[in-house]
Design a protein around this ligand. Structure first.
Ligand code: NI
Length: 180
């Protein structure tokens, strides 16, 4: 989604290649993380590094080719300190009654922005990087970003909010780009 400045805070991290549409991997359903072990934490750190470098405000594991229910987010503004958030096995507990419209982008769909109306607040339950159950009440950009990333875990993309005609145009354009 929208840019955040890139700050490298751990030199051991790696930037991973981001899977892009029309790669069918993005349509896979991601399965729950069974255990928060060193491999998952390393993946989360590398996903954060990849997201900051892109730059973006959210990234799902499937976007780096790993079909696990893991997302990373940071919706802090340009002049705010970084607020990296690792969210494992998120479950939407409640969506608020009001809607918010936002022009969303996706790191897997370059140069495409889609105006999407979603609930403006969301409550999620998830497991944090220490393996503890957490609950989070989100609003604003964070609420939008969480719903966008949870969609990725179910194989859903922002182009799915477009009419079929517009979606076909976007996908044809991306296929052309990926062929070079
Ligand atoms: Ni996305």
């Amino acid at each position: 989604m929208t840019p955040a400045p890139y700050v490298s805070y751990l030199s051991s991290m790696a930037i991973l290649p981001i899977v892009q549409l029309p790669d069918a991997v993005l349509r896979q359903f991601s399965t729950p993380v069974q255990q928060v072990d060193a491999a998952i934490l390393k993946l989360a750190d590398n996903m954060l590094e990849t997201m900051y470098a892109a730059p973006g405000v959210g990234l799902a594991a499937i976007q780096v080719g790993v079909p696990k229910r893991l997302i990373v987010l940071d919706t802090a503004g340009d002049n705010e300190p970084k607020k990296p958030l690792v969210v494992i096995n998120p479950e939407i507990v409640r969506l608020g009654p009001e809607l918010r419209s936002y022009e969303e982008g996706c790191l897997s769909i370059p140069d495409v922005r889609v105006e999407i109306e979603r609930p403006s607040t969301v409550i999620i339950r998830y497991v944090d990087r220490e393996g503890r159950q957490q609950q989070l009440d989100a609003d604003g950009l964070l609420a939008t970003a969480i719903q966008h990333e949870v969609d990725h875990l179910d194989g859903k993309l922002i182009v799915d909010f477009l009419t079929r005609l517009k979606r076909d145009i976007v996908i044809r354009k991306l296929k052309k780009i990926s062929r070079g």
